[in-house]
Design a protein around this ligand. Structure first.
Ligand SMILES: [Mg+2]
Length: 157
């Protein structure tokens, strides 16, 4: 039974949507992104939307007693603050146990291991929900339940 569930933000909990030079875009180069975050600060995610099926899935896990975390890669403090604001604006207080930011995708599994150890939860009772398939596979190989966003409908059955 899943006791700890970790949700990626960009492309998983959050549908990317940014206004750049009067146009809506779904993403940009790393360099442009850094500048965009610096310019927009904590409002960087203002036009992003939550993904209802992912929220529904998180709610289902919560109803079954799991603790739910946001586990997201953020390169800057602006991006971290923007993600915190997105969560605050789109989810009830306490929906997520914690919003965790890591610097690199590779840092996600060590964070899950650490929290699992602290909570006394087996890795097989932890789940990572992600849109980056390489990270999903790394979780599965590590003995964690890895769910790609494309598999959410299967997991809701
Ligand atoms: Mg992502």
């Amino acid at each position: 039974m899943i006791k700890l569930a970790f949700f990626d933000m960009d492309g998983t909990l959050c549908a990317p949507r940014f206004y750049v030079n009067g146009k809506t875009v779904g993403g940009m180069s790393d360099e442009a992104w850094l500048a965009f975050c610096e310019k927009n600060g904590e409002d960087t995610y203002r036009f992003c939307k939550p993904v209802p099926i992912v929220t529904e899935y998180a709610q289902k896990l919560r109803d079954r007693g799991a603790k739910i975390y946001v586990l997201s890669t953020s390169q800057t403090t602006w991006e971290k603050a923007a993600k915190q604001k997105f969560v605050k604006q789109n989810y009830a207080d306490g929906f997520f146990t914690e919003v965790i930011a890591v610097e690199h995708d590779e840092d996600k599994l060590p964070v899950i291991r650490k929290i699992a150890e602290k909570e006394g939860v087996r890795l097989e009772d932890c789940e990572l929900v992600e849109d980056t398939y390489a990270t999903v596979l790394a979780a599965i190989v590590a003995g964690i339940r890895g769910t790609h966003i494309s598999q959410i409908y299967c997991s809701l059955e």
